[in-house]
Ligand binder design. Structure first.
Ligand code: AMP
Length: 441
C-alpha cells in the first residue's frame, strides 16, 4: 500500500513526499481510513510505529475539508482539534509533526506546556489556531485564566494514554474533557491496554474502531539477553566494575524507583562515570539537558525509571542495563526496545539478585525463552540463588583477582559474555560458567 491509496489530499501527499515517505506504516494503514471516516479510535501503538502521523494526517485532512469541518470558511480563533500529551517533549514532537505534515495546508497550530512563559502562548492563541497540542497542567492553567476556548473542539486526541495514568494526569484529563463539546471525534493511543486505560477508553470513546500494531522491532531476535547473578548489595560495585573494565559508553541503566536512580547516578558520578538521572521528579530543564547530553555522547550513563524513559526518542543504543528488573514483565520489553534497532545488534544486561527470581521467571515466560545467565568473578552471589549449584566436574568460579585486570579488552561488544557450560577458561574479564539446565526458580 502507498500513501496515495489512502485518499489523502494533494497538500498532504506533497508534505509526505518531502519527508521521503512512500509507504504508510501498519498503524497508519489501519488508523487513517477510520479517522478520515470520522470514527472514534482506540489504538495500541508505541512510539516509533509512526503513530503521530497516523492521527495528524487524517486530522489535517478533515480540517481542510468543508464537509468534515464546516467551520473552515468561518473566521474563527478557537482550536478545532485538541491533542493531549503527557510530557513537554512529546508536545514539542507532536507540534513538529503537525507543522511538517501541515506545511501546505495553511492551518495554524500551537503547543502549550509548562516550564515556559504563558504569555506568548496566550498571544498566539488570540491570533487564532486550528490545532492545539497541550499537556494537561498547562491547559488547565489556560482554562483557569480563560485564555483558551475549547467550545469548538471537534476532535480530541489522547496520546500515550498509559503514560497519562503513570504520571497521575487522569483527574486533569477528566476536568478538561468536561469542557469539550459533547459531540466530537475521540482518538486514543496507548502503548498498553492496562485496566485503567480500558476504563478511560470506555468512558470517552463511542463505538471505537480498534487498531493494534506490533512493536517496531522484534527485540528477542535482535538483542542478546544476559542475566548476571549478583547479590543486591553488590550491584553498584559490579556496575562500576563493568563500566571500568569495558570502557562502556552511552549505556541506559534502568532502576525501579526515582530514589534508587538518584542514588545510583550519584554513585556512578562520584566514581568518575559521567552520568545523569532521568525521572519524574526532575525539572523539565534538567530532563531535556540530560537527554540532549546523553544523545550527544557526553554521558557514559543515563539512569532512568521506566516512566521517564517511555516515549522518549532514544533508541539505537548498543546496550541497556537493568540494574533492577521491572515488576511488570512488559516493561522489560519496553526497556530493551531501546537497543538493537534497525537491524543493529544490541545487548540487554540484567543484574539479578536472588529476590528477583519471580520477575525473571515472568520475563522469560513473556519472551518464551530462557535468558542465559552468568556470574562475574569477584561478584559471585552469596545469597541463595537456587542456582548455580556446583555440579560434579564443573570448574569452580574464577578468582576475583582475575576479573579486575583488563580494561576495555573484553569481547567485541564490551560486555561479559553469557557463560556457556563447559566453555571454561578464556579471557580474564569473562564471567564464570554457569549455565545449561540450571534455571533460576
Ligand atoms: P512516531 O511513532 O510517531 O514517534 O514516529 C516515529 C518516526 O517514524 C518519526 O521519526 C517519523 O517521522 C517516522 N515516520 C512516520 N511515518 C513514517 C513512514 N510512513 N515512513 C517512514 N518513516 C515514518
Amino acid at each position: 500500500m502507498q500513501f496515495t491509496d489512502l485518499g489523502l489530499s494533494a497538500e498532504l501527499l506533497r508534505a509526505i513526499g518531502e519527508q521521503g515517505y512512500t509507504t504508510p506504516t501498519p498503524v497508519q494503514q489501519q488508523a487513517i481510513p477510520h479517522i478520515l471516516a470520522g470514527r472514534d479510535l482506540e489504538a495500541l501503538a508505541q512510539t516509533g510505529t509512526g503513530k503521530t502521523a497516523a492521527f495528524v494526517l487524517p486530522i489535517l485532512q478533515r480540517l481542510t475539508n468543508p464537509l468534515t469541518s464546516p467551520l473552515q470558511k468561518v473566521t474563527h480563533t478557537a482550536p478545532r482539534v485538541l491533542v493531549l500529551v503527557p510530557t513537554r517533549e512529546l508536545a514539542a514532537q507532536v507540534l513538529e509533526s503537525v507543522r511538517v505534515y501541515g506545511a501546505h495546508t495553511g492551518l495554524r497550530s500551537l503547543a502549550v506546556f509548562g516550564g515556559v512563559g504563558i504569555n506568548p502562548q496566550i498571544q498566539t492563541m488570540r491570533r487564532g489556531i486550528d490545532i492545539l497540542v497541550a499537556t494537561p497542567g498547562r491547559l488547565l492553567d489556560h482554562l483557569g485564566q480563560r485564555t483558551v476556548d475549547l467550545s469548538k473542539v471537534q476532535t480530541l486526541v489522547l496520546d500515550e494514554a498509559d503514560r497519562m495514568f503513570d504520571m497521575g494526569f487522569i483527574r486533569d484529563i477528566r476536568r478538561i474533557i468536561e469542557k469539550l463539546p459533547k459531540v466530537r471525534q475521540n482518538l486514543m493511543f496507548s502503548a498498553t491496554f492496562a485496566a485503567e486505560v480500558r476504563e478511560l477508553a470506555h468512558a470517552v470513546l463511542k463505538d471505537p474502531a480498534m487498531v493494534e500494531v506490533a512493536r517496531r522491532n522484534a527485540p528477542a531476535e535482535l538483542v542478546t539477553h544476559t542475566v548476571i547473578k549478583v547479590d543486591q548489595d553488590k550491584k553498584r560495585d559490579l556496575l562500576l566494575h563493568l563500566f571500568a573494565a569495558h570502557g562502556w559508553h552511552q549505556v541506559l541503566v534502568f532502576c525501579r524507583t526515582k530514589h534508587g536512580s538518584d542514588a545510583l547516578a550519584r554513585k556512578l558520578e562520584q566514581s568518575g562515570v559521567r552520568t545523569a538521572a532521568l525521572h519524574g521528579n526532575k525539572s523539565q530543564n534538567a530532563r531535556t539537558r540530560a537527554l540532549a547530553d546523553f544523545k550527544a555522547g557526553k554521558l557514559a550513563a543515563l539512569v532512568a525509571t521506566d516512566i521517564a524513559a517511555r516515549g522518549l526518542d532514544i533508541d539505537s543504543l548498543p546496550r541497556v542495563v537493568n540494574f533492577e528488573l521491572p515488576n511488570v514483565p512488559e516493561d522489560y520489553i519496553h526497556r530493551i526496545g531501546r537497543t538493537g534497532r534497525a537491524g543493529a545488534s544490541g545487548e540487554a544486561l540484567s543484574l539479578v539478585s536472588s529476590d528477583e527470581r519471580i520477575q525473571l521467571r515472568d520475563i522469560e515466560r513473556l519472551l518464551k525463552r530462557e535468558i542465559e545467565t552468568s556470574i562475574v568473578p569477584g561478584f559471585e552471589p552469596q545469597h541463595n540463588h537456587s542456582t548455580p549449584r556446583p555440579s560434579a566436574g564443573r570448574p569452580p568460579a574464577q578468582k576475583p583477582a582475575q576479573a579486575r585486570t583488563r580494561s576495555g579488552a573484553g569481547n567485541r561488544s564490551g560486555a561479559p559474555r553469557p557463560a556457556r557450560s563447559g566453555g571454561g577458561g578464556g579471557g580474564a574479564a569473562k564471567p564464570a560458567s554457569h549455565h545449561s539446565g540450571q534455571r533460576h526458580r
